[in-house]
Design a protein around this ligand. Structure first.
Ligand SMILES: O=P(O)(O)O[C@H]1O[C@H](CO)[C@@H](O)[C@H]1O
Ligand SMILES: O=c1cc[nH]c(=O)[nH]1
Length: 347
């Protein structure tokens, strides 16, 4: 294995934990359409310091364009090229020291991307790399428009661990995220007006519907009461939002020497309108600790606050999609503001 896998000269290199890689003549990063023989990876990616990942290809392109402008790089950002255009699995854009990559939805999809991304950063001999997932999530008991900076990713049992099945064994890996980076991002958010941000645990599930206690999937095998009970217990355990990649993201980045962080905009509901209203009346709601709902629309006059979530496809929901679009951008702002004003100090 390479002697520079971990650190030298005070630099923190991205390391892989696979003894077989060094014995291979060529490493093909299959789903990224890149390889060690076909591409000069150190020349293409050696200066990368920040990797921002998120589910959707369009969002990650928009983020790269935004970064291009914010970093004050030369004109031509509009023509920014998808480095992975040869595959339709993921897309990747590079602007200055920032790489923006899509990862699709769910643990298996982001895990494949991360295997190949980590090898890419390793082959390119990148050092001191920070990875940030910028995603959407369903909030639990937090204000509309909040951005959650994850301190710990937890599984559906609220445990800070990721279970990887390897051969026929279950290997448990830690999902702690970089606390210092969380604080730094949080401090940056304080400098931005009207940017409600909090640090909390993020729960990662394997499913968007039953896995996130939704009552509107094709299958639903639990009652509304058990749903609310589960969300309340999640809130009590420190969970402030739910998404579908954070545990494997934290586990893999942590093992390979990457500073990692997840920033999620609160996007959608995990409770229906009626449930929200009900939950607003529940005893724990009175103490402002109700883990009841995610609110994509601002509170309407005269309402109790926990409400306004409409059935899928309703006019209000369509409008909500429009009204929440800025949330994506708000959450994006964490990256650029951080990168330009603060992160330069870290590079
Ligand atoms: O906003 P992104 O990054 O797509 O992530 C969230 O959105 C998807 C579900 O709609 C899941 O992948 C979840 O983690
Ligand atoms: O509720 C939500 C919203 C976005 N992503 C999720 O996984 N859940």
């Amino acid at each position: 294995m390479r002697p520079d896998r971990n650190t030298y000269d005070g630099k923190r290199f991205v390391h892989v934990k696979n003894p077989y890689l060094d014995t291979m003549d060529e490493d093909i990063l299959y789903h990224l359409d890149l390889g060690t023989k076909t591409h000069n990876l150190p020349a293409m990616f050696g200066d990368v310091k920040f990797v921002c990942v998120g589910g959707s290809p369009n969002r990650m392109k928009a983020f790269a364009l935004f970064m291009h402008k914010e970093l004050g790089l030369a004109e031509g950002g509009e023509d920014i090229k998808d480095i992975c255009a040869g595959t339709d699995r993921y897309c990747m854009f590079k602007t200055g020291p920032v790489l923006s990559i899509s990862h699709g939805m769910g643990v298996p999809s982001i895990s494949i991307m991360l295997h190949e991304l980590i090898k890419l950063l390793h082959h390119a001999r990148c050092c001191d790399v920070t990875v940030i997932r910028i995603g959407t999530s369903g909030g639990i008991g937090i204000a509309p428009g909040s951005v959650v900076i994850t301190d710990t990713a937890v599984d559906s049992f609220f445990k800070p661990q990721f279970e990887q099945v390897i051969l026929d064994n279950v290997v448990t890996r830690s999902t702690e995220l970089d606390k210092e980076l969380a604080e730094e991002l949080f401090n940056c958010s304080k400098k931005i007006l009207n940017f409600p941000t909090l640090i909390g645990h993020t729960m990662c599930t394997y499913d968007f519907y039953e896995g996130q206690a939704r009552l509107d999937g094709a299958l639903c095998s639990f009652s509304r009461e058990s749903k609310l009970d589960y969300l309340k217990r999640a809130y009590k355990a420190g969970v402030r939002n739910i998404e579908m990649e954070s545990t494997v993201f934290a586990a893999m980045c942590g093992l390979c020497g990457l500073k990692d962080r997840q920033v999620c905009g609160r996007r959608s509901n995990v409770a229906s309108r009626a449930e929200c209203a009900k939950s607003a009346r529940a005893p724990c709601a009175k103490s402002a600790r109700a883990p009841a709902a995610i609110h994509r629309t601002p509170p309407r006059p005269g309402s109790s606050g926990l409400f306004s979530v409409q059935p899928p496809g309703s006019t209000l929901q369509r409008r909500r999609h429009r009204t929440t679009r800025p949330l994506y951008w708000l959450s994006f702002h964490v990256g650029p503001k951080y990168t330009i004003r603060e992160a330069k100090k870290l590079v």
